[in-house]
Design a protein around this ligand. Structure first.
Ligand code: LLP
Length: 435
């Protein structure tokens, strides 16, 4: 018997193996969940509540002594149970759509600790954001005008943060780099004065400049990058203050973006404490409330996608493990060529090197390539680790695959926190139509 492949380092002790070689999440064997859910609900996502708590606590403890809001970026994982749990721990929210705003409110998020971001917010979304009195970022000239329109229509002032591009290279995949001068997000910095004048001229009952906002990108592995950006942002705060009236200026939003240990090969990655300690002087210097917007580093390592092995085959020199999990349920490897660690959830045969692929009709449909794994029996489980962020939320119905079930483990207990789709769910869009 070969026990499931151990991770070179285990950054998530909430996921471990028992003595018989079965993967356990907190106190629950993954195999038990798989058996209880059955083949119809495969693949599925499993999340550890304790890991989310630990990740949040890492930020909270690191921010001790700093007046700060930890705004959870809901786009990373919008499961309502996850959002509720983070709201209960004291997190605020970071939103990019009207639907996320509705969910945040239903999950009990305090909207005064919530930021509505985006480069293409619609008039309806902006009116809802003004109504809920969350902070709203100003991304462009037209956005400023739309926010002012929404504030006038609602008869309430909009508290806005100007999104500035610090133009610091986050050194990440181009698709998740957001803070460079040519990015589609944020204002042109050379036009800052125009925005300050626009906000002032709109009047206090329409627009109030509550702060500045930046977000460099995602999966950042060097804290020096955040330090450079924080220095630049403080420079902007000083410019704004020197320019005169900014009576409502209160927030310095430094965005999210801290990377997590997807590779699990023992690389030293910065923790929230490393990040915050590096920029502590800047955070304290402005006398401002700091907003952070972590998504991935709060929920990423708290989740896994568990698939079933359908079979093993060899073509040419490549051995393939074919699973029921695919790019439809987890697109990061196909979209960004992202590496995500894959581990067996139960003992298998002799260890070999495999490409792990799904059944979707595309050669980009892979979960991992060249992975060392025990030869799995048909029906056994394989887990893509660190799948708590940007995985379920990016799943699709490609090949008429159905959005997977989500399960939350809490100690020795687990429960379904979102039902997977059924074939009938996919047919709902035809209801009442002559098709
Ligand atoms: N704030 C803003 C303005 C953002 O655009 C983002 C992420 C965050 C906060 C949260 O960043 P985090 O702490 O999670 O890195 N789908 C990609 C990631 C896209 C990130 C988009 N923005 C992926 O799978 O890697």
């Amino acid at each position: 018997m070969v026990v499931a492949v151990p991770t070179a380092v285990n950054p998530t002790p909430t996921f471990h193996y028992d003595d018989a070689g079965y993967m356990v999440v907190e106190g629950v064997r993954v195999r038990d969940i798989q058996d209880a859910l059955g083949e119809e609900a495969s693949p599925f996502y499993v999340y550890s509540k304790a890991q989310i708590s630990a990740n949040y606590e890492a930020y909270r403890a690191a921010l001790d002594g700093v007046d700060a809001i930890i705004g959870y970026a809901i786009k990373a994982n919008n499961n309502k149970a996850v959002v509720k749990h983070l709201a209960g721990l004291g997190a605020g929210a970071v939103l990019v759509s009207g639907a996320e705003l509705r969910l945040a409110m239903e999950a009990g998020m305090d909207t005064s600790r919530t930021v509505f971001n985006g480069n293409g917010k619609t008039p309806a979304e902006l009116r809802a954001a003004v109504r809920s009195q969350c902070l709203i970022n100003v991304d462009s000239e037209f956005d400023a005008a739309h926010i002012a329109d929404a504030a006038r229509a609602e008869g309430l002032p909009a508290n806005v943060l100007i999104r500035i591009n610090p133009d610091v290279d986050p050194e990440v995949h181009a698709y998740v780099s957001t803070g460079l001068a040519n990015s589609k997000f944020g204002i042109r910095n050379s036009h800052l004065q125009w925005f300050l004048d626009y906000i002032r001229d709109a009047g206090d009952d329409v627009l109030r400049l509550a702060g500045v906002h930046s977000h460099l990108g995602s999966t950042i592995k060097k804290v020096s990058i955040f330090k450079d950006a924080a220095d630049i942002m403080l420079g902007f705060v000083n410019t704004i203050r020197e320019g005169g009236a900014a009576p409502h200026l209160r927030y310095l939003n430094i965005g999210g973006g801290l990377g997590i240990d997807y590779e699990r090969v023992g690389e030293e990655l910065p923790s929230p404490a490393d990040l915050i300690n590096t920029i502590r002087p800047q955070l304290l210097a402005g006398g401002l409330t700091v907003i952070m917007e972590p998504g991935r580093s709060l929920v990423g390592n708290a989740g896994a996608l568990v698939s079933r092995v359908i079979g093993v085959k060899t073509n040419g020199s490549t051995r393939f493990i074919v699973t029921d999990g695919s790019m439809s349920e987890l697109i990061r490897p196909a979209l960004y060529d992202a590496y995500m660690y894959i581990a067996a959830t139960e003992p298998g045969g002799e260890t070999g090197v495999f490409d792990v692929v799904g059944p979707v009709c595309e050669s980009s449909d892979f979960l991992g390539k060249g992975r060392s794994l025990p030869l799995p029996a048909e029906g056994s489980g394989l887990a893509v680790m660190d799948a708590g962020a940007y995985c379920h939320v990016m799943a699709s119905n490609y090949n008429m695959k159905r959005l997977p079930t989500e399960v939350l483990v809490d100690g020795d207990e687990w429960r379904i926190v979102r039902k997977g789709q059924t074939y009938e769910d996919l047919m709902l869009g035809y209801e009442g139509l002559d098709v």
